[in-house]
Design a protein around this ligand. Structure first.
Ligand code: HEM
Length: 125
């Protein structure tokens, strides 16, 4: 195991593992779906499936046990015409939920960097 993987694994444990992650994902989507600028994009999405995938993605970003098996980020967001503003709004909601759950700041920074590295795959408008 590399140093990077060890650090990631401890991230996952430090935030409280699966249950804490489920809570974060659930609160995150409540915020996203309450936002007029975002909710349209999710009008035809199966939210149960989406939350499951998003939880798996966050788990793997944080070094947890289950590897992400959903579509890649380009495929998942193709055709949605997502703007940079929408992308940053979603990023802000994610960070604010982690902040509210008292996730340590170094973990929030790591999640933010990973999310920002996905901008080119997600923003198409
Ligand atoms: C900010 C970083 C983002 C990440 C990490 C992310 C991650 C994901 C993941 C993991 C999935 C599930 C893929 C699958 O089902 O296999 C997904 C799907 C989806 N995302 Fe994102 N997403 C982001 C931003 C956005 C934004 C800004 C929007 C729209 C405003 C958006 C709209 C959607 C929609 C509508 C789907 C479901 C597509 C469908 O109906 O199948 N995402 N995203």
């Amino acid at each position: 195991m590399t140093t990077e993987e060890l650090t990631a694994a401890s991230f996952y444990r430090r935030i409280g593992g699966g249950p804490a992650l489920q809570l974060a994902v659930s609160e995150f989507y409540d915020l996203v779906l309450a936002d007029e600028e975002l909710k349209e994009s999710f009008a035809t999405t199966d939210m149960v499936q989406l939350k499951k995938h998003q939880a798996a993605l966050l788990t793997s970003v944080l070094g947890g046990p289950s590897a992400y098996e959903g579509r890649d980020m380009v495929d998942a967001h193709t055709g949605l015409d997502i703007t940079e503003r929408q992308f940053l709004l979603v990023r802000d909601y994610l960070v604010s939920v982690l902040w509210k759950l008292h996730v340590p700041v170094d973990i929030i920074e790591a999640v933010n960097s990973t999310v920002m590295s996905l901008q080119g795959s997600i923003v198409t408008a």
